[in-house]
Design a protein around this ligand. Structure first.
Ligand code: FAD
Length: 284
């Protein structure tokens, strides 16, 4: 199918982009890499009269690491995340997760901002950002504000972002311990059946801090506070990991679809979480 007709805008400043979104209300949408939005328009699931392309806004691009704070511009592509050596050193989980998104063709144009702002439960970055306790910066007609990734997702395709706000960047503290992103998908290029992002800090054999978030197992990403509590202070032994998996399985709410029935998805969620905990612990 082809989309309905729309007007195309390519502003070169953030202020102009915000003004266009404000002027055209919910008939306008920001365009980043277009790898989620354009298919939605073609399937007529998104009715867009004004497309505001963010491609020419230089302020939205780039990766900066100052001290232990990592800031990534919204228009940074998934390929650029993978290629950045300093980012791979500061936060290796970003590269590990990005390499599991779609395929190189998609990653050359798909952006971190589009992946985060989209609100699709299948997107990998939202859960990863919750695991990292990232902060999103949004700019709208009334100025700039920050929203925690853990507060951003309200339901599938519904987020805390207003229609006339643009996500400009994401920032987070570089993780201190070990990290891992584990994803099970049916084939290359598929979204997750289940994925787990895990951070673990250890002192000797004891887990001193952890973070766990799951992807595509509910209509929003799931940051699993109770699973974290099961690991914190433990020796990361079998009983602690079993408790963390059980707590995670109590927090998710998968639905049956072409990736499998509910029980299967819960089982896969447990398997990817166990793998991610083992990898993160060994790297810590
Ligand atoms: P767009 O499609 O341009 O935009 C997506 C949405 O976000 C739109 O509603 C748009 O208005 C809004 N938006 C974009 N940028 C901003 C901004 N800065 N501020 C405010 N709103 C904004 N993703 C995964 O995570 N995992 C996968 O396994 C995966 N597999 C894929 C397989 C295929 C075959 C394809 C085509 C896509 C796949 N994707 C996957 C999605 C891909 O990563 C998308 O590129 C990404 O989700 C959206 O990024 P984008 O830059 O293309 O955004």
């Amino acid at each position: 199918m082809i989309p309905t007709s729309f007007e195309f805008h390519r502003p070169d400043t953030l202020a102009d982009a915000v003004a266009l979104l404000s002027r055209h209300g919910d008939g306008a949408r920001a365009l980043a890499g277009g790898h989620s939005l354009i298919p939605m328009m073609k399937m007529r699931m998104a009715d867009v009269q004004h497309l505001v392309d963010l491609q020419d806004i230089a302020d939205l691009k780039g990766i900066s690491i100052k001290g232990d704070t990592v800031t990534i511009g919204a228009m940074t592509t998934q390929h650029e995340l993978i290629a950045d050596a300093a980012l791979a050193k500061a936060a290796p989980i970003i590269r590990e997760a990005s390499l599991q998104i779609a395929d190189p063709q998609v990653r050359y144009v798909g952006t971190i901002g589009g992946n985060i702002a989209n609100g699709d439960p299948g997107n990998d970055m939202p859960g990863l950002m919750q695991c990292l306790d990232a902060t999103y910066t949004l700019v709208g007609p009334d100025g700039s504000r920050e929203v925690a990734a853990r507060d951003f997702y309200e339901a599938a395709y519904f987020t805390a972002r207003a229609d006339d706000e643009i996500l400009t960047s994401v920032s987070f503290a570089a993780p201190k311990g070990g990290s891992a992103y584990e994803k099970l998908k049916r084939k290359i290029g598929d979204y997750a059946t289940a994925a787990a992002a895990v951070l673990i800090e250890k002192d000797g054999g004891t887990c001193t801090a952890a973070s766990i978030a799951m992807t595509n197992l509910s209509d929003t990403p799931v940051w699993c506070e109770d699973a974290v509590a099961a690991l914190a202070g433990s020796k990361l032994d079998g009983a602690a990991i079993d408790a963390a998996v059980a707590a995670m399985q109590g927090a998710i709410d998968p639905q049956e679809d072409n990736r499998g029935p509910v029980d299967y998805k819960k089982h896969v969620a447990g398997a990817v979480l166990r793998r991610a905990i083992a990898s993160a612990a060994s790297r810590a």
